[in-house]
Ligand binder design. Structure first.
Ligand code: UD1
Length: 426
């Protein structure tokens, strides 16, 4: 386990290219098994979550190889429809193999994912949808915590999602692509990463209408074919680095930037007084005056403000000139960073009945030893370290490596004094 050491109070400057998207790559990697052949994925991020998905592909019998950031997947042969319990425990996104394996093998055995540090995260929408598509479910294992699903034929149906869940929408798409008949998804998630999965599947021969909307229609086809696909840039990494530039009162340019997909974050950051100039896929962020508070930010499904940017925005607002409120609407326990930021001098109170964090901005944070509880929370602490006076140690850097190729490399390129160090460093 490593930590990240940041010597703060350095304004970020320069230019940085945004990596490929984690949340697009993970479902697309699961989708590769729907094709009995070769898939080539360009701009694939080299992050722990992707390595983990690749390990599952290999356990299923696929062959994979890297060339730079291009991932080759040969899924001509699948030898097992079992996703090990260990894999699901390590990464919740492995639940995407539920729909993908059903589509490919008409059978899957997979552990029931537990909650994680940001909330309970059930999968009832996924399972209810599968049941409507002629898929039988049995709970097995000593604690009935393993799900065995099977069918002789997936039959398309109307699926109404209670909430526009990203994972459930993706799982239904994966199961529907090779089904018999038509599947209609009502109240589908509209996140760009759902659209990206649709784009990929269409390129491989799937028939999907309604991309980007809350109503998706999938007409089952007999098979998919080989495809070469370039993954979109990561909107959350882009947003993270925007907030890092803002929190350090820097002036830097981010290239390969997913502008349209990050509109809500751009709009919100502008409210803090940051100047954001957009030209095609380049974004220049500069912040010269004291950050301004924001009355209320609520996390919402796309195109609203993303839950995955909540922690980073909290760091920014902890430095603003006044009172801000953040309301977390997607996950019930995504405020662990409050306790860590307080160690650095932030003034934040929690109103747990309404899932609100109330911030009174301070002029400066102080370096401290803090702990990353989850991926985005960890990145937000690195940002706090960049803005703070003195040295900050962010323990649990592995959480950050789940989604950022090399946060130290990237931020060093913008002039930050940051490096990996051993867990005990202080
Ligand atoms: C969510 C985020 C996604 C983010 C990802 C990782 C939203 C809408 N989704 O996707 O942007 O990238 O986390 O942080 O912002 N739920 C159920 N039953 C289900 C499925 C979901 O009750 O079967 C609930 C969840 O507990 C949660 C909400 O629905 O409160 C959204 O969950 P969902 O979109 O499925 O989560 P992820 O796919 O993990």
């Amino acid at each position: 386990m490593s930590s990240i050491k940041v010597v703060g109070d350095e304004q970020l400057k320069g230019e940085l290219k945004i990596q490929g998207s984690k949340n697009a790559a993970l479902p697309v990697i699961a989708a590769t098994i729907l094709n009995k052949g070769i898939t080539i994925l360009r701009n694939c991020p080299k992050i722990l979550d992707v390595y983990h998905m690749i390990k599952i592909l290999e356990e299923l019998g696929c062959k994979t190889k890297w060339e730079g950031n291009t991932l080759y997947v040969d899924s001509t042969v699948i030898t097992s429809p079992i996703v090990s319990e260990d894999s699901v425990r390590k990464m919740r996104s492995s639940i995407l193999f539920l729909g993908a394996l059903l589509g490919r093998c008409h059978e899957v055995t997979i552990a029931y994912p537990g909650g994680c540090s940001i909330g309970k995260r059930p999968i009832d929408y996924h399972l209810n949808a599968m049941a409507k598509m002629n898929i039988t479910q049995e709970f097995i294992g000593e604690e009935e915590n393993i799900i065995h699903c099977y069918t002789n034929k997936i039959i398309g149906n109307d699926i109404f999602l209670e909430f526009p869940s990203v994972g459930a929408t993706q799982n239904v798409l994966l199961a529907a692509v090779l089904s018999d008949g038509k599947t209609r998804i009502f109240n589908a998630a509209r996140e760009p990463e759902v659209t990206e999965l649709c784009n990929f599947l269409q390129e491989a021969g799937a028939r999907i209408c309604g991309k980007g909307s809350a109503y998706l229609e999938v007409e089952g086809v007999k098979s998919l074919h080989d495809v070469e696909y370039t993954l979109m840039p990561d909107r959350i990494v882009a947003g993270t680095y925007m907030t890092a530039i803002a929190a350090t009162y820097g002036d830097a340019v981010l290239t390969n930037f997913p502008v349209r997909e990050l509109e809500s974050v751009i709009r919100t950051l502008r409210k803090t007084g940051c100047k954001i100039d957009v030209s095609e896929d380049n974004v220049r962020v500069s912040c010269k005056k004291r950050l301004q508070p924001i009355e209320l930010i609520r996390t919402q499904p796309y195109p609203g403000f993303p839950t995955d940017m909540q922690s980073q925005m909290m760091t920014v607002l902890s430095l603003a000139d006044g009172r801000s409120v953040i309301q977390e609407e997607i996950f019930e326990s995504r405020f662990q960073n409050v306790y860590e930021l307080r160690k650095m001098g932030a003034i934040i109170s929690l109103e747990s009945s309404s899932n609100k964090a109330i911030l009174t901005g301070v002029r400066k944070l102080e370096g401290a030893v803090v702990k990353a509880h989850d991926l985005r929370g960890g990145a937000a602490l690195v940002i706090a370290g960049l803005a703070a006076q003195g040295t900050t140690i962010v323990q649990g850097a592995t959480s950050i490596e789940r989604g950022y190729e090399d946060i130290c490399r990237d931020l060093s390129a913008l002039g930050a004094n940051i490096c990996y160090c051993s867990e005990n460093a202080s």
